[in-house]
Design a protein around this ligand. Structure first.
Ligand code: BG6
Ligand code: MG
Length: 213
């Protein structure tokens, strides 16, 4: 195995924006009288904004919503979410993550982001981490979200590397599935560990330095 590059998921791996997604969706759900809790929120990991809305609307029993109304709801949620993202600062990234990313680069590996979020660049700017990535593949350059491998395939393409030479780092099962479907090696952290499908398991982010030698 000769890994040449690493493609990182963002939410749940580099930063933790779950709580902001939850607050913004919860506000919308409450306004619509839809039951929504943190367990349902967990199903939204790695899922696109519109697909997330559909999951929340599974519990909606009113008149069917038009596409225009659905887009309005998603746009309002995103506005609320971005307000919450503005509270993020460089301190929202641990020294461990920052130093590990720098060391991976020093060791000669290329680094890309592979996130379903259309807010990925905004988040990286807020936490002053844009420069840690050679390339960014995000929700703005894909049509299908994880478990489809598109976001990672594009990430590998942007880096000029073959999928099999890339390691995908993910906290969601859908993300590990996407990495496998893309023909990449996978490393699970956090919630993704329990799915048991990844090539590597990380107890902590800096464990990557034991794999990328
Ligand atoms: C992913 C999150 O990173 O981005 C999902 O895990 C989210 O929960 C998705 O739905 C899309 O995010 P955004 O920022 O484009 O609404
Ligand atoms: Mg994630």
């Amino acid at each position: 195995m000769a890994l040449k590059a690493v493609i990182f998921d963002l939410d749940g791996v580099i930063v933790f924006t779950d709580k902001f997604h939850y607050q913004a969706w919860k506000k919308m759900a409450d306004q619509m009288g839809i039951y929504f809790d943190e367990t349902i929120n967990n199903r939204l990991r790695g899922v696109s904004r519109m697909d997330s809305l559909d999951i929340i609307l599974e519990r909606y029993d009113g008149e069917p919503l038009s596409q225009v109304k659905r887009e309005e709801l998603a746009a309002q949620k995103n506005e609320d979410y971005r307000e919450l993202l503005k509270t993020m600062t460089p301190e929202d990234v641990t020294d461990e993550v920052r130093e590990t990313l720098a060391e991976i680069r020093r060791r000669g590996y290329k680094i890309a982001l592979g996130s379903s979020s259309k807010n990925a660049r905004f988040i990286l700017e807020r936490v002053a981490l844009t420069d840690a990535f050679d390339k960014i593949s995000d929700g703005t350059n894909i049509t299908k979200s994880k478990p489809d491998p598109e976001v990672f395939i594009k990430g590998a393409e942007f880096l000029g590397e073959r999928p099999e030479d890339c390691l995908v780092v993910e906290d969601a099962e859908a993300g590990i599935d996407a990495g496998i479907a893309g023909g990449m090696k996978t490393a699970a952290i956090g919630d993704a560990v329990s799915c048991g499908k990844a090539d590597f398991v990380l107890d902590t982010f800096s464990d990557l330095l034991k794999i990328l030698i």
